[in-house]
Design a protein around this ligand. Structure first.
Ligand code: SF4
Length: 193
């Protein structure tokens, strides 16, 4: 018999709430990397995700208690790293950034205060764009600060290692400001594959 395809969890709208789930913890911080989006980036991996996608690239970070507390010292370090002229921006990933909005909102607001739009902000999420439209206010607010959103669960049956910045072909690299303006998904203009 063929092996049954395992699926990620599918929440109801507003079922998962950061104010109930997030422990304000981060799994990792990687400054000056080349792999989490366009250009040289500083990446914050937040802890906790409930999608539990089979084949998840970062299983340890599914646990909301994993890692270390997000601190003012770390935030100051991220801001100083972003200040380097060769750094293009910040990337949020995890874990699930939209279930850690207390951490992510604090950081993205400070980035806009300190740098305006000179640094861009990318985020990965297991939610789809359409799901986020029916979600809690904190998720909508985080979305409003982003330049790029890579959306959707990782699906093993759609796995494709040749894709830019994503693991399965259902996931999309979305230009957030244009998509909000047009009220439809607009794919990142620099997408090659
Ligand atoms: S959404 Fe991302 S972090 Fe969460 S389980 Fe799926 S692959 Fe892992």
């Amino acid at each position: 018999m063929p092996r049954p395809i395992r699926k990620p969890n599918n929440p109801m709208p507003k079922e998962w709430r950061a104010d109930q789930l997030s422990k304000n913890k981060i799994a990792d911080y990687k400054p000056f990397n080349f792999v989490d989006g366009e250009g040289i980036r500083c990446s914050l991996y937040v802890s906790g995700c409930q999608f539990l996608c089979p084949g998840c690239y970062n299983v340890v970070a599914q646990n909301f208690n994993y890692g270390q507390a997000y601190t003012k010292d770390l935030e100051d370090q991220i801001i100083e790293d972003l200040r380097q002229p060769y750094v293009q921006g910040l990337t949020l990933l995890g874990g699930e950034p939209f279930l850690n909005t207390p951490v992510c909102l604090q950081l993205v607001k400070r980035i806009r205060r300190e740098f305006g739009h000179q640094k861009d902000i990318w985020s990965w999420t297991g939610y789809t764009w359409d799901e986020l439209k029916d979600e809690t206010q904190d998720k909508a607010e985080l979305l409003s600060y982003l330049d790029i959103l890579v959306d959707g669960r990782f699906l093993e049956e759609k796995k494709d290692l040749t894709l830019q910045f994503r693991g399965s072909s259902n996931q999309r690299i979305i230009d957030v400001p244009k998509s909000i303006e047009k009220d439809q998904v607009i794919i990142w203009a620099d997408l090659k594959r």
